[in-house]
Write a protein that binds this ligand. Structure first.
Ligand code: KG4
Ligand code: ZN
Length: 334
């Protein structure tokens, strides 16, 4: 089976070709460089970028995979969550392809796809085993799921305000580091000697909640820099202290979910999972509790079409299109 996957939920125009679970091509065209002066994605600019590049990205993915349109069996497309205008470009393109080629189309949740990235490029014996706790840490989400099967992901906790990636981006904006903030904050944090770090607030919320809140720490960073000469040394100290505080909360809440639901596998996805310090922290914490954890390769942490195509293929082959996906799919299928 050959599947073409399209992902346009935010600022990346992405397309991949997957054949029976194997990624033949994975093309991403990012508009990220356009936002450094804004400190965040501008939805209108992102959707215009998708319109301009989607044709070329799809053609390149097919060419690299040596696949012709007529060889395709299935189209998978992200239906949400994401920026409305951006999603609309990918969905309209996918819908037109499905109609013109008379092949089925399947709508994919962006968050489920981020978790499914952990199933890509592996023999099935090395797939994460259900049930597991799913953690999506990205620019738009900080979400914990209880995952029983490919089409049964129950949300346990969500962000109440800023998502973790958004907090990284906003802190980078305060420190005038450019956009996207995550990679540059990580780089600056590495320059700090770890002595006498700043105790920024760690927000846990009441009653052992699995929800998250990162707007407080962002404001704390803003006030901390007020009336100070923000030197490179201070930036490194703030970056390190911020990173430690937010990751401590995420790691602790993920382990709390494991304890509560007696699960011993964690599956992680989303752009922030590319952070090496986070990987180290979750590794140490989960090993100590004999919990196994999965993080995708860096290309599959960030937004990509392969995770969409691979999940689409898996759901379609197992006839596991959940009710929710079917309903959402109806709005975009023929
Ligand atoms: O998953 P993603 O590519 O797009 C969304 O679905 O949002 O994640 C993008 C987010 C951005 O906020 C970016 O700053 C963050 O992931 N990010 C990182 C790192 N690389 C990307 N955050 C922390 N450390 C990183 N190395
Ligand atoms: Zn994403």
């Amino acid at each position: 089976m050959i599947t073409l996957g399209i992902e346009t939920s935010c600022d990346e125009t992405a397309c991949a070709i997957v054949k029976n679970g194997r990624v033949l091509s994975n093309i991403v065209s990012s508009s990220v460089h356009l936002y450094s002066s804004y400190g965040g994605v501008v939805p209108e600019i992102a959707s215009r970028w998708h319109i301009e590049y989607i044709n070329a990205v799809v053609k390149k993915a097919l060419k690299l995979a040596r696949i012709d349109f007529k060889n395709l069996d299935l189209i998978a497309v992200t239906y949400g969550p994401g920026l409305c205008g951006s999603l609309l470009v990918g969905i309209s393109f996918a819908k037109s392809l499905s109609y013109a080629l008379s092949i089925p189309i399947i709508g994919i949740s962006h968050l489920d796809a981020h978790l499914y990235a952990n199933f890509i490029g592996k023999h099935s014996s090395r797939f994460p085993k259900f049930p597991f706790i799913g953690l999506v840490i990205s620019g738009g989400h900080t979400s914990i799921f209880l995952c029983h099967s490919l089409n049964d992901f129950k949300i346990l906790g969500n962000t109440k305000d800023d998502a973790i990636g958004e907090a990284f981006d906003k802190v980078a904006k305060i420190l005038k580091l450019g956009y996207p903030g995550g990679p540059i904050v990580e780089k600056m944090a590495k320059k700090f000697g770890k002595k006498d770090f700043i105790k920024f607030p760690k927000t846990y919320l009441k009653n052992y909640s699995l929800d998250f809140s990162f707007s407080g720490i962002k404001t704390a960073v803003l006030y901390y820099t007020k009336n100070k000469r923000v030197t490179k040394k201070l930036i490194a100290k703030i970056a390190y202290s911020f990173q430690e505080a937010v990751f401590d909360v995420v790691v602790e809440k993920t382990l709390m979910a494991c304890r509560k639901y007696r699960i011993n596998t964690i599956v992680i996805g989303g752009g922030v999972a590319a952070n090496k310090r986070f990987c180290r922290k979750i590794k140490i914490a989960s090993r100590a509790r004999r919990i196994s954890f999965f993080i995708p390769k860096i290309d599959f942490c960030l937004d990509n079409g392969a995770m969409v195509a691979a999940l689409g293929e898996a759901l379609y082959e197992k006839r596991l299109m959940s009710r929710e996906v079917e309903v959402q799919c109806k709005t975009i299928s023929k």
